[in-house]
Design a protein around this ligand. Structure first.
Ligand code: NAP
Length: 465
C-alpha cells in the first residue's frame, strides 16, 4: 500500500518537474516554472524520507546533511553574480556526478541497505546499471570541474590540445567497456575504483580541448550527462523519482545541446562524443583556399555578451552603412542593466571620414563617457571578455603589425584579439577598404556573426529580451 502510494506521489512530483521545465522555457513564465520545481523537489524529498527510507535510525543524519546543503546552496544563490552563472552551473553539475559515484559506492559496499542483494551477490542487472551510472557520473564530475576552472578563468579558456587525444579517447572507451564488463561479472571493489579512475581522466580529456566560445554547449551537455548518471543510479536503487528526474534532465539537456550546436554550426555527434572543434568550411576570399571559421547566431551572441563581465564594442564602416547605431545602443543598455561593463573603442580611421563613428554614436545618445580613443582603450582588450566588432575590419587587422608587405602595415590597430571572445559582425568574409584578408576571422577565439549589422543587432536584442 505504502509502496503504491509513494509511487503515486512520485508521479505527482514528476509532473511538477515537467511543468517546471515548461515554465523555464520562457522568461515570463520562469518564476512559475521555478516554483513548480521547488514544490516537486520538496515533495520527492518528503516521500523518500517518510515513505521509502527503510531505516529511520539514519533520519537525523540525513536531515543534518540536507540542512548543511540547503544553507550552503542558499548562501551561494544570494551572493552569486549573474555573470558567474555558467561556472556556478558547471560546479553544481560536478556535484551531481560526484554524488552519483558516492551513492554507487555505498550501494556496492552495503547492498543490503539499498535492497539490491547481499554483499558479494548484487543482482547482475543492478551491477550493470551501477557501472553505467558510475562511468557517466565520474565523467560528469571531472568534466564539470574542468569546465568550471575554464569558465572561472582559473585555467586558460583556450583549447588545451593533448597529444594523440583521439587515440587516447578511443583507448579510454575500450578500457572503460572492459572494466564495466569485469565489474558486472565480479562485483569487485577494486575494479569499481579502476572504472572511476578511468572515467575521471576520460572526462578531463574530453573537456580540456574545448575553447571558451564553445563552453555554453559543454555546460548544457554536462547537464545532460548528469541527468543520465542520476537515472542510471535510479535504476540500480529502483527509485522511480531518480529515474524520471534523471531522464528529464538528461533528455532536456540533450535537446538544449542539440539546439545550441545547430546555432553554432557544430556537429552534435562530435560534441556528444567529445570530438569537438568541428568547424564550418568556408573558402577564404583571396586565394580560394579552404579555411575554417566559427559561425554563430544572434542567440549565441546574446548568450556570450550577457554572460560577460566586460564588453568592448568596436564600430566600423559597416555600422554606418547599416545605420545600426540605435539598435547597438539599445543592446549595450540591455547588457549594462545586467551588470556588464560596456565601452566603445574608436579607431581614428574607422568609417570613411574623421570622427565618423563618434558622430553616429552621439546621434544614438551613447554617453561620451563610454567612448574611448584607440590609445586610451587598447590596453583594456586583454581584460575584456568580449570584443564586439560591428562592421569594422581594417582597424582590427593584425596584418598591420605582422605583414610588412600589407598595405596597412604600420597602422596602429585595435588589439581586439586579446579579448576572451571576438564577435565579428559583418555580412560575409569580405575584406575592408584596404582589400586584404583579415586573419582574425579564422582564430580560435573568434565567432563570426554573418548578417546586416542592424538586423543582426536587432535579433540579438530580441534574444536578450
Ligand atoms: P572597413 O575596413 O572598410 O570594413 C568595413 C566592413 O564592414 C567590411 O569588411 C564589410 O564586410 C562590413 N560591412 C559593410 N556593410 C555592412 C553591413 N550592412 N552590415 C554589416 N557589415 C557590413 O572599415 P573600418 O574597419 O571602419 O576601416 C576603415 C577603412 O577605411 C580603413 O582602411 C581606413 O584607412 C579607410 N578610410 C578611412 C577614412 C576615414 O577618414 N575614416 C577615409 C577613407 C578611407 P562585409 O562585406 O563582409 O559585410
Amino acid at each position: 500500500m505504502s509502496v503504491n502510494f509513494a509511487a503515486f506521489l512520485y508521479l505527482i512530483s514528476a509532473s511538477l518537474f515537467i511543468l517546471a521545465l515548461r515554465g523555464l522555457s520562457h522568461p515570463s513564465t520562469s518564476r512559475h516554472g521555478n516554483f513548480c520545481g521547488i514544490i516537486g523537489m520538496g515533495l520527492a524529498v518528503l516521500i523518500t524520507l517518510l515513505l521509502v527510507l527503510p531505516d529511520f535510525s539514519r533520519l537525523v543524519l540525513i536531515l543534518f546533511g540536507l540542512g548543511i546543503g540547503a544553507v550552503i546552496g542558499a548562501l551561494i544563490a544570494k551572493r552569486i553574480a549573474m555573470t558567474a552563472m555558467p561556472q556556478l552551473i558547471a560546479a553544481f553539475h560536478s556535484l551531481i556526478g560526484f554524488s552519483a559515484v558516492m551513492v554507487s559506492a555505498a550501494a556496492l559496499y552495503s547492498p543490503s541497505s539499498f535492497g539490491i542483494g547481499a554483499l558479494g551477490s548484487i543482482h547482475t542487472l543492478a551491477l550493470f546499471e551501477m557501472a553505467i551510472g558510475v562511468w557517466i557520473g565520474t565523467m560528469t564530475f571531472s568534466g564539470s570541474v574542468v569546465a568550471f576552472l575554464k569558465l572561472d578563468e582559473r585555467i586558460s579558456g583556450k583549447p588545451i590540445i593533448l597529444a594523440y587525444r583521439h587515440f587516447m579517447n578511443m583507448c579510454f572507451c575500450a578500457a572503460i567497456a572492459i572494466f564495466i564488463m569485469i565489474l558486472v561479472m565480479t562485483g569487485s571493489h577494486f575494479v569499481f575504483w579502476c572504472l572511476v579512475l578511468l572515467s575521471f581522466f576520460f572526462g578531463m580529456s574530453m573537456i580540456l580541448p574545448i575553447g571558451g566560445a564553445d563552453m555554453p554547449v559543454v555546460v548544457s551537455m554536462l547537464n545532460s550527462y548528469s541527468g543520465w548518471a542520476a537515472a542510471g543510479i535510479g535504476f540500480t536503487l529502483a527509485n522511480m523519482a531518480l529515474i524520471i528526474t534523471g531522464a528529464l534532465v538528461g533528455s532536456s539537456g540533450a535537446i538544449l545541446s542539440y539546439i545550441m550546436c545547430k546555432g553554432m554550426n557544430r556537429s552534435f555527434i562530435s560534441v556528444i562524443l567529445g570530438g569537438f572543434g568541428s568547424e564550418t568550411l568556408i573558402p577564404s576570399t583571396s586565394n580560394g583556399k579552404q579555411r575554417f571559421v566559427k559561425k554563430g547566431s544572434a542567440d549565441d551572441a546574446a548568450f556570450v555578451i550577457k554572460n560577460a563581465s566586460k564588453v568592448i564594442i568596436v564600430p566600423g564602416y559597416g555600422m554606418a552603412v547599416a545605420q545600426a547605431q540605435h539598435a547597438l545602443r539599445e543592446m549595450a543598455n540591455k547588457i549594462k542593466n545586467e551588470g556588464v561593463e560596456v565601452k566603445y573603442a574608436i579607431h581614428p580611421v574607422a568609417g570613411r571620414m574623421p570622427g565618423h563613428m563618434n558622430v553616429l554614436l552621439a546621434e544614438a545618445n551613447v554617453s561620451y563617457e563610454d567612448v574611448f580613443e584607440l590609445e586610451d582603450i587598447n590596453s583594456e582588450f586583454s581584460t575584456a571578455d568580449v570584443a564586439f566588432i560591428i562592421g569594422a575590419n581594417d582597424v582590427t587587422n593584425p596584418a598591420a603589425k605582422t605583414d610588412p608587405s600589407s598595405p596597412i602595415y604600420g597602422m596602429p590597430i585595435l588589439e581586439v584579439e586579446k579579448a576572451g571572445t571576438v564577435l565579428f559582425l559583418k555580412r560575409g568574409l569580405g575584406s575592408g577598404y584596404s582589400g586584404i584578408d583579415n586573419e582574425l576571422f579564422f582564430r580560435e577565439n573568434t565567432m563570426m556573426l554573418f548578417g546586416d549589422a542592424k538586423k543582426m543587432v536587432e535579433s540579438i536584442n530580441k534574444s536578450l529580451a
